[in-house]
Design a protein around this ligand. Structure first.
Ligand code: UD1
Length: 343
């Protein structure tokens, strides 16, 4: 039987590559579009090792509407799209707002135009818990009001959500879309063939932790321990990337089956909040590695605490997480070790 083709923009990226695996395992044919601006071609080898086949790949920038059009024409029968491709570094977005607005908003607009032209009407969009800003209440539900974004990166996610809601509000338009608000994805595929591949010094916590344990970085700095949280460090909801990837498959199936509203929003996290210190301790327990760390100054723009209420995703998508924090951290460490061996 012919596999249903799903376009995966940013399919060579961290979350995208894990979604490609789950899509293929669920019987779909993922078609990758990626411009490799924040990913490496070696991801494609990792995917091939896991899947036993090379999935189609187009080296295309999603802002290039002409090139996207050519992909849709060449592939012929795309049924849906998962749009991962975007810039994602909070700090960098403050320094380069124009690049962030142009890339993140521009690529969505180009993609939507081409989707409409080709009658492709199912879209899963990568949103983020960053849309909640600093929430008044925890955990956050999808009804929690969004606040002014803390960064241009966050603003691009809010704008993209607004664009999709405006389009979905037009009664005669055929687009159906699911906005997945990711909390903090961590960990790697159990095969250690794919994982997070930060270019340069990692900005995110877990790759910095694994690189410190591996001796690539000397010391982790915990950004502040005087927040209004039990141990004073920031609280986040760390979700295993494979669990997160699986949410996309359910979302795609829901769109293709015509279930749900024309636009729907779901939190994707574990429902648990963990502090930075708890992550460090869990990493040490899970791997037996002692981590060299110090407490430093707070990082500008950090939200003191946020974690998800996942009742809606559980009830309507049947989404559940299967990995503990320790398991996710162990998989990240396994991936770091595999990377070091490949060097
Ligand atoms: C943020 C965004 C998230 C976005 C992600 C992309 C929020 C609430 N979240 O995640 O939507 O997708 O960036 O990169 O805005 N930390 C340290 N030392 C380090 C690195 C991080 O202590 O060297 C701490 C941070 O202060 C934070 C936690 O670890 O409390 C997680 O940080 P990080 O992995 O960068 O993710 P977020 O900033 O939560």
């Amino acid at each position: 039987m012919e596999r249903t083709k799903i376009l995966v923009t940013g399919g060579a990226g961290y979350i995208g590559s894990h979604a490609v695996v789950e899509l293929y395992n669920a019987g779909f044919l993922p078609v990758i579009v990626d411009n490799f601006s924040n990913s490496r071609e070696q991801v494609l080898d990792g995917l091939e090792h896991i899947l036993g086949v090379r999935v189609p790949v187009h080296n295309v920038d999603c802002n290039d509407e002409e090139a996207l059009r050519a992909v849709f024409a060449e592939e012929g029968n795309l049924r849906g799209v998962i749009h991962f491709a975007a810039y994602k570094a909070v700090g960098e977005s403050v320094a380069k707002p124009l690049e962030y607005y142009r890339n993140n908003v521009g690529s969505l607009l180009a993609l939507l135009s081409v989707m409409r032209e080709f009658g492709v009407n199912a879209l899963v969009f990568s949103s983020s818990c960053t849309v909640y800003g600093i929430p008044d209440q925890l955990p956050v539900t999808e009804q929690t009001p969004t606040k002014k974004a803390n960064s241009p990166y966050g603003a691009t996610k809010q704008m993209c959500e607004d664009i999709l809601r405006d389009i979905a509000a037009v009664p005669e338009q055929p687009l159906r879309t699911i906005l997945l608000r990711y909390f903090n994805p961590i960990g790697a595929h159990p095969s250690a063939e794919i994982g997070e591949l930060p270019l340069g010094v990692p900005q995110n916590l877990v790759p910095f932790v694994t690189q410190t344990a591996a001796g690539i970085r000397e010391q982790l700095t915990i950004y502040g321990d005087t927040y209004d949280t039990p141990d004073g460090t920031n609280i986040r909801d760390y979700v295993h990337v494979v669990d997160l990837a699986k949410a996309h498959i359910v979302a795609v199936q829901r769109l293709l089956n015509g279930q749900g509203e024309t636009v729907e929003t779901f939190n994707v996290g574990t429902g648990n909040g963990n502090s930075v210190l708890e992550v460090v301790q869990a990493f040490e327990r899970a791997t037996g590695q002692k981590l060299n760390y110090k407490i430093g100054a707070p990082r500008p723009g950090d939200v003191p605490a946020i974690y998800a209420d996942v009742t809606k995703a559980t009830a309507e998508l049947g989404f559940t997480t299967t990995s503990t924090l320790e398991e996710a951290l162990a998989s990240a460490w396994h991936w770091q070790q595999a990377l070091d061996q490949k060097k």
